[in-house]
Structure formats: C-alpha cells, structure tokens
Design a protein around this ligand. Structure first.
Ligand code: S3P
Length: 171
C-alpha cells in the first residue's frame, strides 16, 4: 500500500506522515527531502538556481520514483498536486489523503515556522495570510481530487485512521 499526504505548506504533512507510518508499520518518505537527496541541493537552492519550473519537473520525477515503493507514507510538497497531471498520477498509484486546513491555522503555523519556503519568503504576517488565501483559491480544486479529505485539527491521526478504515483500506 502507498499513501500520499497532500495539503498546503505548513499543514503538518511531514509530522503526520511519521505518525501514520508508525501506526501502520510503514516507512515515511518526505518528497522534498527525497528531491534534495537525489539532486544534492536544498529545495530553496533548486528554486534559486534553476527556478520553480525546473523544481516542478524534479518533483514529478521524484513522484514517479516513490510510486514504485510499497508500504510507505509519502508527504508531498504543497504544490505537488497542482502541476502536470500529478493528482491523477497519485490517485492511480496510491491512496491520496488531503489534510484540509483553515487559512487561520496555516497562517499561524507558517508565521512560526523556521523552514525556508521560497514562495512566502520575506513576507510580513498580514502578507502571508493574503498569499495563503490567493494560493488556496487556485489549489483547492486539485487538493479536493484526493480520495480522502480530512479536516485538520491538533492531532489529525485518529481521523485519518478512521477514514482509512471506513473506506476499507485498513482493518
Ligand atoms: C511548495 C511547498 C514546499 C516545497 C516548495 C514549494 C509549494 O513544501 O515543496 O517550497 O509550492 O507549496 P511544504 O508543503 O512541505 O512546505
């Protein structure tokens, strides 16, 4: 079984992937870290050196590689579902779970986050919230193509496990 966690930057995909993998006895793979290892460069450095378009090509290639894995939970970058036919590709190679998170929670988390994110770098708190709204407006239609949608809260793991059970993916 292969599970893809999708959702906006800062929604908690990486943390949830570790917890979910632990509960299922799977491995967790973070797509951004996978891209960095394959290309010997950090994600911000890839954006700076080659631009976003090139990053999206590397991201798609990484998805094609991880699609070969089994018993893995993959946390994907916030933009991964929104380029090429990545959502269709993920839906045909695994179970997609969208961690649906409010603008307020995203904004709070991204303001506190120490991770360098090229798409919101250098923005003031108010600007971050505006940027989130604008991006979510464009991205939601891709995120909502996920097989399972879970409303995000403090600890979304029980809801994710319940949804997997309800849909017959686990016992
Ligand atoms: C991006 C999200 C980032 C990373 C890159 C672009 C996006 O991952 O892939 O900075 O387009 O939303 P996280 O969602 O883990 O922050």
């Amino acid at each position: 079984m292969l599970i893809y966690l999708i959702g906006f930057m800062g929604c908690g995909k990486t943390t949830l992937a570790l917890k979910l993998a632990d509960s299922l006895g799977f491995e967790a793979v973070d797509l951004d870290r996978f891209i960095e290892e394959r290309n010997f460069k950090s994600v911000p450095a890839i954006f700076e050196t080659y631009g976003e378009e090139h990053f999206r090509t590397l991201e798609r290639k990484a998805l094609e590689e991880v699609a070969q894995f089994s018993n893995v939970v993959v946390s994907t970058g916030g933009g991964a579902p929104c380029f090429f036919d990545n959502m269709t590709f993920m839906n045909s190679s695994g179970i997609t779970i969208y961690l649906d998170t409010s603008v307020e929670l995203l904004s709070e988390r991204l303001q506190k986050s120490k991770t360098d994110r090229p798409l919101i770098r250098g923005k003031q708190p108010g600007e971050i919230e505006i940027a989130i709204r604008e991006m979510l407006d464009k991205r939601s239609k891709y995120y909502n193509m996920a097989r399972i949608v879970v409303a995000n809260r403090d600890n979304p793991l029980p809801d994710v496990l319940n949804a997997l059970r309800k849909n017959g993916y686990i016992q």
